[in-house]
Design a protein around this ligand. Structure first.
Ligand code: GCO
Ligand code: MG
Length: 414
């Protein structure tokens, strides 16, 4: 089973996606997600110029060997561009292997360890009323766990809050921020930030949400790298009465040891790693048990093979998965996450934001969403097909994620 065709397909059905499509000499087709939000074309060039020529003629069955070859032969290791490119190859090869075997990928990873995957959705609002409506609407959609993001008095616009964005580009409707938070255009959007106001306000919002929705509902929150370690410690501590499922990215994790300080002060569970690329980024924080959930995405962590190794390592330390799953992970990357999550023992929770109708027109999917649980379905391979004609209707458009400035103009983490 020889790889004899490799194509890189870029499409923008509501937002930009990069997909690698491999075809074997016996006609099997596998696809992999290589989307790196806001830096998509760097991965396209990496794949087209440096990976595709190396893949042609290789045995499609040799997933591990191909992974090691792409990782080690380049000499330059790690990094988001390299690891997204390798991830796409890995996913596409698992897809092909599944089709060759007539089995869904989760069966080849050891079979199902559970009946479905608990998933959390994103509720947000600039006021408590808006936020409560958003929580209710997520409950109506079946979500049994909910991430809560809130506006902060005095701040005009915060990433991740629905009312700051329009529903679909050009529609003028307010609503979900997730279809295209990366604003189309040549420059990133500037937002404002003030950590002291945020730290004062967030606990009052969680108190209100608990009073409204009771103690049972699992609640999550994303700090989006905006705090220093001592501020993160303060937030974790002030949120303890509201029993969070997790506090995510409380501080940038470039200094893993700074999480020791956060841990000394709070029992709020911590989730980190949506921007990590390899097991080595996680090594210290897993070994020292500085986190509770691994946030890496299959798409950004070198594919199913490498994220599985990372999660198997985390399992030795009672750390669970919490794979990144916003809409910039394509349906192919989401399917890969579901197959992996279903098979591993230490699954924790899966982030899930529904893709737009346009995205679903381009990517036909087999996953199911039942009573707050995801399941990847039982089609051979990953269970996602890319409609190339539909993809061609939505050409790439430059789009950047926003950034923050403090009141005095200083650039801040967003
Ligand atoms: C999350 C995230 C996303 C990221 C986005 C960047 O927890 O889902 O923080 O909203 O910001 O995926 O590309
Ligand atoms: Mg996040």
């Amino acid at each position: 089973m020889i790889i004899d065709r490799a194509e890189v397909i870029v499409t923008s059905p509501s937002r930009n996606f990069v997909t690698l499509r491999l075809t074997t000499d016996d006609g099997l087709v596998g696809i992999g997600d290589a989307t790196l939000n806001g830096r998509e074309l760097a991965v396209v060039a990496y794949l087209k110029d440096h990976v595709v020529p190396l893949l042609l003629g290789r045995d499609a069955h040799r997933i591990e060997d191909t992974w090691q070859f792409l990782y080690r032969s380049a000499y330059w290791r790690r990094g988001p561009v390299t690891m997204a490119a390798i991830a796409a190859v890995d996913m596409a090869l698992w897809d092909i292997k599944g089709k060759a075997a007539g089995m869904p990928v989760y069966q080849m990873l050891g079979g199902a360890s559970r009946t479905g995957l608990l998933a959390y959705g994103h509720a947000s609002g600039t006021s408590n009323e808006e936020l409560f409506d958003s929580v209710r609407s997520h409950q109506e959609q079946g979500f049994k766990a909910i991430r809560v993001q809130t506006g902060v008095p005095g701040l005009k616009s915060i990433y991740g809050i629905a009312s700051n964005a329009t529903y679909e580009p050009g529609s003028g409707k307010k609503g979900r921020y997730d279809y295209e938070p990366a604003v189309r255009g040549a420059l990133p959007k500037e937002e404002d930030w003030d950590t002291r106001s945020y730290l004062r306000h967030v606990p009052t919002v969680f108190e209100a949400v608990r009073n409204e929705f009771g103690p049972e509902l699992p609640l999550l929150h994303d700090g989006h790298h905006r705090m220093t370690p001592i501020q993160a410690a303060q937030l974790g501590k002030s949120l303890e009465p509201y029993d969070l499922f997790w506090l995510e990215d409380c501080t940038p994790a470039e200094n893993p040891e700074s999480l020791r300080l956060v841990r000394q002060h709070t029992t709020t569970p911590l989730a980190i790693g949506e921007i990590f690329n390899t097991v080595w980024d996680y090594q210290q924080i897993i070994r020292e048990q500085l986190i509770d959930y691994v946030r890496g995405a299959v798409t950004h962590m070198g594919g199913i093979s490498h994220l599985k190794k990372t999660l198997d390592y985390a399992a030795q330390y009672q750390i669970k998965s919490g794979m990144h799953g916003p809409t910039d992970i394509s349906p192919v990357g989401m399917a890969a996450a579901m197959h992996l999550g279903l098979s591993i023992h230490n699954f924790g929770i899966q982030e899930y934001m529904k893709h737009s109708d346009r995205t679903n027109e381009v990517f036909q999917q087999s996953f199911t969403w039942t009573d707050g649980m995801l399941h990847p379905g039982d089609l051979p391979g990953l269970g996602v097909e890319l409609d190339v004609d539909a993809a061609g209707k939505y050409p790439y458009e430059q789009a950047y994620l926003p950034f923050n400035r403090l009141a005095d103009g200083t650039v801040h983490d967003w």
